[in-house]
Design a protein around this ligand. Structure first.
Ligand SMILES: Nc1ncnc2c1ncn2[C@@H]1O[C@@H]2COP(=O)(O)O[C@H]2[C@H]1O
Ligand SMILES: [Fe+2]
Length: 274
């Protein structure tokens, strides 16, 4: 689908600031839980916490907005995000159903875009979903968007957002659900020295790895957290969270992971999957 390039006006220093809110896994029913966490409620608590970041330019929502694919879950996502009074740009995750997601987000005023530009930066949002399976794959169309945008603006610092993780996180059960054509992706971006970072969701844990001059960053979910470096499925007891990012005019990214009160929600520690 063709979408408009969004133009953002940086602050007077040339910096841009974003909140990344990811993997909300919402249900239509507020009382429904994912492995012990009522996802609408933990999302609400995250949004409330994130409201302290008043000077941001936008929210970046990197997929798995819904767990039950209901129209109501997407509408609830929009209702809560709107309380931040920021534009929200989004991309799909493996659990989303785009036939439900797209019309409901558009109806609530959340525009569909794959490119955001400022004077110094561009942000490229990619769709890595293969509907119905947990792993990711970039289609030829998505590779074409990526290559065309990188070629168009070789002098803009670049942040690429995509749901699935590109580099393994070290947990076999989760790494089987990686972006499968990650090497093709890495080969494509390699000649573009303006690519600063790749920002993902999906792995429900924070990571920040520098490889060949590019930062590969992942972010906690607003609900359940996966235990790092665990070959079998295991949940972590750390609290739901989100990420703040400042994209500096110099090309540097300053970022911090934020988490809500650790006692506000607790997961079913014995869960073996979902
Ligand atoms: N025990 C498990 N083993 C392998 N995959 C799982 C297991 N439990 C859940 N998953 C899938 O792994 C995915 C990782 O994060 P998602 O939120 O995309 O949704 C998860 C499920 O689709
Ligand atoms: Fe996911």
């Amino acid at each position: 689908m063709k979408s408009k390039v969004v133009q953002l006006k940086a602050d007077p220093q040339g910096d841009l600031a974003f909140l990344q809110i990811t993997d909300t896994h919402l249900f239509a029913d507020r009382q429904k839980d994912l492995l012990g966490i009522k996802t609408v409620q933990s999302f609400e608590a995250v949004v409330e916490h994130a409201s302290k970041y008043k000077h941001c330019h936008a929210v970046l929502s990197t997929g798995d907005l819904s767990q039950d694919h209901s129209a109501q879950s997407y509408l609830d996502f929009c209702q809560h995000i709107k309380t931040l009074n920021l534009p929200c740009y989004w991309l799909p995750g493996n659990h989303d159903i785009q036939a439900v997601m797209l019309p409901n987000l558009l109806a609530e005023g959340l525009a569909h875009t794959q490119v955001i530009e400022s004077e110094n930066w561009q942000i490229i949002l990619l769709d890595s979903q293969v509907e119905g399976v947990p792993h990711g794959l970039l289609s030829d169309t998505q590779f074409a968007v990526l290559e065309k945008t990188l070629k168009k603006n070789p002098n803009k610092h670049t942040l690429i957002c995509v749901h699935h993780h590109i580099l393994p996180v070290g947990s076999a059960w989760l790494d089987q659900h990686i972006m499968k054509n990650n090497h093709q992706f890495l080969d494509l971006i390699a000649p573009f020295s303006n690519v600063v970072a790749v920002l993902s969701g999906h792995v429900h844990q924070a990571s920040d790895t520098l490889q060949d001059g590019v930062r590969f960053i992942t972010t906690p979910s607003t609900c359940v957290q996966f235990k790092p470096n665990s070959n079998d499925f295991a949940l972590d007891s750390v609290a739901p969270g989100y990420r703040y990012l400042k994209l500096k005019a110099s090309g540097e990214i300053e970022t911090v992971v934020e988490r809500i009160d650790k006692d506000a929600f607790s997961v079913d520690a014995d869960a073996t999957g979902y």
